[in-house]
Design a binder for this molecule. Sequence first.
Ligand SMILES: [Zn+2]
Length: 109
Amino acid sequence: MDKTTEQRDRATLEAMGRIFCSSRHKDAGKDEAWLCAQCRDTIEFTLERTAACPYGHVGNCQNCDIHCQQGEARERIREIMRFAAPRMTFLHPLMTAEYLRKKIRTRRA
Ligand SMILES: [Zn+2]
């Protein structure tokens, strides 16, 4: 995975995490990207696993037979995505388009 892709994945996940975190973890302390420690951990873990995934999936291992992302962090990132994805359309239309395009591409592969 090249650096640009990784940076874009990070920006997308952080944007989703912020939507989720600002609603669900209102009272938690936030870092410089407005994420609490738990959401930050979830995103870092997901990026790490994404870099290791041969298909370059972003939190999308339910469509894949390898299941790079396991356990608690996988559940948390899925929860973040379920919560944030419908709201992303309004807040970050370009990022959502990029995410969906990628999802479609990896599905076809
Ligand atoms: Zn949070």
